[in-house]
Design a binder for this molecule. Structure first.
Ligand SMILES: Cc1cc2nc3c(=O)[nH]c(=O)nc-3n(C[C@H](O)[C@H](O)[C@H](O)COP(=O)(O)OP(=O)(O)OC[C@H]3O[C@@H](n4cnc5c(N)ncnc54)[C@H](O)[C@@H]3O)c2cc1C
Length: 499
């Protein structure tokens, strides 16, 4: 069995993990990722961009107001303020690394997305913003003497050390060999939970592993019921479903029913640019009735903005759809998790030695629903915050070696059939519209699966426990708020406001 020792272990090489690693200098950092993040991270898939209050007439207060409104007024105001105040600095940092955010003669080229009261979303390389950010961060990490990056290490479990401190993790490499990772500090940056759902925009790594492991080790978690569904995934039967960015609607694309009629103007004053949960529910309800829903982006693709959406164009062409002439079939898809590992202002979890940043973390900023393009911002800002906090705690006298006990590696096996069953149960009960009877049935089905699970399928057990915790959280919240919509409790209950 191989043992790798490091001062700081970062699990995950998306925007959050790489920003944490870069900011942690001079500490020695090992970043591990289950797969090449260019192929398997949400950061690489991000299209719409990064929200920052940089436009003329925009302000931190205005982005705050939109963030709090989208979040169903249950965001942690202080967390949101910390992140949005740091947006300008985060953009400068990314520009210094070479991210080519688009500009024109007047300054930043800013785009408008759902829930934003004005144009404030920065793009780089059109709708390939995530790739542009990830490439710049990977380039910087390769140059940084204090960072090593290892792809192909899948983390299975965290390691308990003395004094109730977590001290690294267990992983398997591509050859199936167990690897012991020893570290003074461990940072979870493993992204979201989309792959627990049958229809998702998230790539293969978003299985909720970091959150499931933290839960299993007793770290406090919150907001598990809040899952954002994207209203316009390309209904292609693929896994993941290709995303048709909200910026397309910002540029003039509209939703139509099977008869070609627009339906959003009757649903919300902002029509297609209503908050994402509103649009997603409407699309979900129509598709659940067996109706098809179409995105008409002909005005965008036949016009001068076509070159701004290369990823959407490519996804359509793969299905032989010409979006300049034909409407595009769309469906909802699990997209972003507002819940996560509870962290303090610096990114510390409630377990000593364990930190979290990015989508796996719960800062409280997003409340019940994330405002579009606030998540890349949060991943960059909070990743850097964690890294800086770690750097401040640097102790050059401390020996790297942190081996604690000769504990045996955890049992390891995978169970792909079970993963598929978990996904279909979760899809049935935790979609954009929920009700007690379905949640209760989902809970029973998951419990039955748990009884059949082989003891060595450790990660599957953790994921299943996470799915059960999400179902319990959704059952317990007897109100509708943000992305959590209960058919049996359709109103917001002020009793939950302060929780
Ligand atoms: C299609 C799509 C479009 C999006 N568009 C936007 C947008 O326009 N603007 C915006 O703000 N947000 C967008 N988002 C959301 C945003 O991309 C993510 O919230 C953000 O990138 C998360 O960054 P992260 O670093 O936390 O996680 P990720 O970028 O997902 O990185 C997770 C890392 O953890 C690794 N990992 C996971 N599990 C393990 C394990 N068990 N062992 C080892 N490694 C592991 C992965 O391999 C990966 O390296 C989009 C998301 C998707 C899916």
């Amino acid at each position: 069995m191989r043992t790798l020792e490091t001062d700081v272990l970062v699990i995950g090489a998306g925007a959050a993990g790489l920003c944490a690693a870069l900011a942690a200098a001079p500490r020695r950092v090992l970043v591990v990722s289950a797969a090449d993040p260019r192929l398997a991270s949400s950061t690489a898939l991000a299209q719409g961009g990064l929200a920052a209050p940089l436009g003329a007439g925009d302000s931190v207060e205005a982005q705050m107001a939109d963030t709090l409104a989208a979040g169903g007024h249950s965001s942690d105001r202080r967390a949101a303020l910390r992140v949005i105040r740091a947006a300008a600095e985060a953009v400068s940092f990314l520009c210094e690394l070479g991210v080519p955010f688009e500009r024109d003669a007047a300054g930043w080229q800013l785009h408008r997305e759902g829930g934003h009261s004005r144009a404030r979303v920065l793009h780089a390389h059109g709708d390939r913003t995530g790739v542009a950010i990830l490439s710049a961060l990977l380039g910087a990490a390769a140059q940084a003497a204090h960072v090593d990056l290892l792809c192909g290490l899948h983390v299975l479990a965290l390691r308990e050390g003395p004094a109730e401190r977590l001290c690294g993790a267990w992983a398997v490499d591509a050859a199936g060999e167990t690897v012991r990772l020893e570290a003074h500090e461990t940072v979870l940056a493993t992204g979201g939970v989309g792959r627990l759902f049958p229809s998702t925009t998230n790539g293969p790594a978003a299985q909720g592993d970091g959150l499931a492991m933290a839960l299993g080790h007793g770290a406090r978690v919150a907001g598990l019921e809040f899952v954002q569904f994207h209203p316009t995934a390309l209904a292609a039967g693929a896994d993941p479903l290709p995303l048709l960015t909200e910026a397309l609607r910002g540029a003039g694309a509209v939703l139509r029913d099977a008869r070609g009629e627009r339906f959003m103007p009757a649903v919300h004053p902002l029509s297609e640019l209503a908050p994402r949960d509103v649009v997603a529910r409407e699309v979900w309800v129509r598709r659940a009735r067996g109706e098809s829903v179409w995105l008409d982006a002909s005005s965008v693709f036949a016009g001068e903005h076509a070159e701004a959406f290369p990823a959407a164009l490519e996804a359509c062409r793969m299905l032989s759809i010409d979006p300049a002439r034909e409407p595009i079939p769309v469906s909802t898809a699990a997209h972003y998790h507002m819940g996560g590992v509870v962290v303090d202002t610096l990114g510390r979890s409630t377990r000593a030695g364990l930190w979290a940043c990015g989508e796996v973390a719960f800062t409280g900023m997003h409340g019940a629903n994330r405002l579009a393009s606030n998540s890349l911002l949060e991943a960059v800002v909070c990743g850097r915050t964690v890294g800086r906090a770690l750097a401040r705690e640097h102790n050059p006298q401390r020996r790297i070696r942190v081996r604690t006990t000769d504990e045996a590696p955890p049992p390891f096996a995978t169970d792909a059939v079970l993963s598929g069953q978990v996904r279909s149960i979760v899809g049935r009960c935790l979609g954009p519209l929920r009700r007690a009877s379905e949640l209760e049935q989902g809970g029973r089905d998951l419990a039955a699966l748990a009884r059949r699970l082989a003891p060595e399928a450790l990660l599957e057990r953790r994921r299943l426990e996470l799915a059960q915790a999400m179902v319990r959280a959704a059952l317990a919240r007897r109100e509708s708020r943000g992305a959590h919509w209960r058919e049996d409790y359709p109103e917001r209950d002020p009793a939950y406001d302060a929780r």
